[in-house]
Design a protein around this ligand. Structure first.
Ligand SMILES: *Cc1c(COP(=O)(O)O)cnc(C)c1O
Length: 420
C-alpha cells in the first residue's frame, strides 16, 4: 500500500462522522440550505476524496470527473507533486505579506515571464481579482499614457468575474441584475466581430478585454484573424489588449496559454483557475510597458502570491516543463472532439461540437440540465453552460478509456433528452 492510499484512508475515517449515510440528507442538504448563503444550486452529493480523474463520494461511490472543478484541477485530483509542495511549505512558512521578499513568488514570476510574452507579474487569489487588477492597471496606464482615456471595451457573452469592475465588463445581463449601477466607462461589443471593435475604439478607450475562447459564454471560438485583428487595432490606436485566460490558460487548450495558437500576444493577461490546481491563486501578467501603470501603493493583495500559493503554482508549472502533457492535451482533445462529433451525428438535437484541446462544448437545441443529471446519476461529472452547451473540461491527464466510458452514457442522456 502506498503512503498516498494510506493517507486517503485516514482522511476518510476522520471525516466519516460528517458524512455518515444516515445523517447525509439532514446534515448536508438541510444545513447547507440553512447556513450557506443562497448563491449556488448544489447537487446532493459530497465528494470526500479524489485521485486523478476520479472522485469518491461520502458513500464511496466512484465518479469520473469531466469538469475538473470547472477547469481548475488540470493535473487531476490530489496531484502528488502539488500535494507535496503544499505540505512541505505549510510546515515551513505560509505567509509573511508582501511587505517582505517572498522567494517562491519571485521564482513563479520569473518562470511565468519565461513561459509567456510577459515581463512582470502581480499575484492575487482568484480570476475576478486578476481581472479587477488588470482593468485597474489599464485605466491607470491610460490615465498617464493616453491622455486620461478610461473606457474599457468588452464582449457580449463574455465572463470575467463577480467583483464590480470584472462584473461590469461581463457581457451577460443576468449577472448584473440588482447590482446596478455598474462601473461606468464600459462598452460592450459583439464577440468575433472586428468591424464592431473598430467602430467602438476612440480616444477615450483605455483597453479591450477579451477571452481567446469564451468559456462560460458557451465554449465560443472566434474565427481565425479575430484576435490578430484586435491586436492590430490596439497597436494602431495605442490601446491595451487584455486576454482573460483564467479558463483557457494553464494547458487547457493544448498550449500553455491559448494566445499561443495564433501567436497573438496581449499586453496584459490574467490567469487563475488551474494555476494552483485548486489552491487559490490568480495572476496578472504584463509587458514592461503596460506594467508601468502601477506604482508602489497603487494596488495590492494581502494574500497575493504568498509562500503556499506560489509553491502550489510552481509545482503545477513543473508538470508542463517537458511539453509531454501539452502534446497529450492536443492529441486526446482532438480524439475527444472527434468522438463527440461522431455521437452528434446520431442525435438531431446536437447543433454543434466545438472547442480546442480539452475545452469542448456540445451545443444543444434545448436546455441541457437533464443530460447533466443523467450523466451524474451514472457517475460522470459534466457541466452545462449558457443553458444549452454541454461543457467538457476534464483533467488534462484524461485517457481514451475514460472518454470511451463517457460516450455511451452521453448517448443515453441525449436520447432521454430527445424524448423529454
Ligand atoms: C472563472 C472565470 C473568471 C472568474 O474567476 P473566479 O476565480 O471565479 O473569480 C474570470 N474569467 C474567466 C474567463 C473565467 O472562466
Amino acid at each position: 500500500m502506498t503512503p498516498g492510499v494510506a493517507r486517503d484512508k485516514l482522511d476518510w475515517s476522520n471525516q466519516a462522522h460528517l458524512y455518515s449515510k444516515r445523517e447525509r440528507k439532514m446534515k448536508l442538504e438541510d444545513e447547507a440550505e440553512k447556513y450557506l448563503m443562497n448563491t449556488y444550486a448544489r447537487q446532493a452529493v459530497a465528494f470526500v476524496r479524489g485521485r486523478g480523474m476520479r472522485l469518491w463520494d461520502s458513500e464511496d461511490r466512484e465518479y469520473l470527473d469531466f469538469l475538473a472543478g470547472i477547469a481548475v484541477v488540470n493535473l487531476g485530483h490530489a496531484h502528488p507533486g502539488v500535494a507535496r509542495a503544499i505540505a512541505e511549505q505549510a510546515s515551513l512558512l505560509v505567509h509573511t505579506s508582501n511587505l517582505y521578499q517572498v522567494p517562491p513568488q519571485l521564482e513563479l514570476a520569473k518562470k511565468l515571464a519565461g513561459l509567456s510574452f510577459a515581463d512582470r507579474a502581480f499575484f492575487c487569489n482568484s480570476g475576478t481579482e486578476a481581472n479587477e487588477a488588470a482593468l485597474k492597471l489599464a485605466r491607470r496606464w491610460a490615465h498617464e499614457n493616453r491622455g486620461g482615456a478610461f473606457e474599457i471595451i468588452a464582449c457580449e457573452g463574455g465572463f470575467h468575474g463577480r467583483t464590480m469592475f470584472s462584473l461590469s465588463v461581463t457581457g451577460q445581463s443576468k449577472f448584473h441584475q440588482g447590482f446596478e449601477p455598474l462601473v461606468p466607462g464600459v462598452k460592450l461589443m459583439p464577440y468575433d466581430d472586428l468591424a464592431a471593435a473598430r467602430g467602438l475604439v476612440d480616444d477615450k478607450t483605455a483597453a479591450i478585454i477579451v477571452e481567446p475562447i469564451q468559456g462560460e459564454g458557451g465554449v465560443r471560438l472566434p474565427g481565425p484573424g479575430y484576435l490578430s485583428g484586435l491586436r492590430e487595432l490596439c497597436d494602431r490606436e495605442g490601446v491595451l489588449l487584455i486576454f482573460d485566460e483564467v479558463q483557457t490558460g494553464m494547458g487547457r487548450t493544448g498550449r500553455l496559454f491559448a494566445y499561443e495558437h495564433e501567436g497573438v500576444e496581449p499586453d496584459i493577461m490574467t490567469l487563475a483557475k488551474a494555476l494552483g490546481n485548486g489552491f487559490p491563486i490568480g495572476a496578472v501578467l504584463a509587458t514592461e510597458r503596460a506594467a508601468a501603470g502601477f506604482a508602489p501603493g497603487a494596488h495590492g493583495a494581502t494574500f497575493g502570491g504568498n509562500f503556499l500559493a506560489a509553491r502550489a503554482a510552481l509545482a503545477v508549472l513543473r508538470e508542463f516543463e517537458d511539453g509531454k502533457l501539452l502534446a497529450h492535451v492536443r492529441e486526446i482533445g482532438d480524439y475527444f472532439k472527434d468522438r463527440l462529433r461522431n455521437l452528434a451525428q446520431t442525435h438531431d438535437l446536437v447543433l454543434d461540437v466545438r472547442g480546442r484541446g480539452l475545452l469542448l462544448g456540445m451545443e444543444l437545441d434545448r436546455p441541457g440540465a437533464t443530460a447533466v443529471k443523467h450523466c451524474f446519476e451514472k457517475g460522470f461529472l459534466v457541466n452545462c453552460t449558457a443553458e444549452r452547451i454541454l461543457r467538457f473540461a476534464p483533467p488534462l491527464i484524461v485517457q481514451k478509456p475514460e472518454i470511451e466510458a463517457l460516450l455511451p452514457v452521453l448517448d443515453s442522456a441525449l436520447a432521454e433528452l430527445a424524448r423529454a
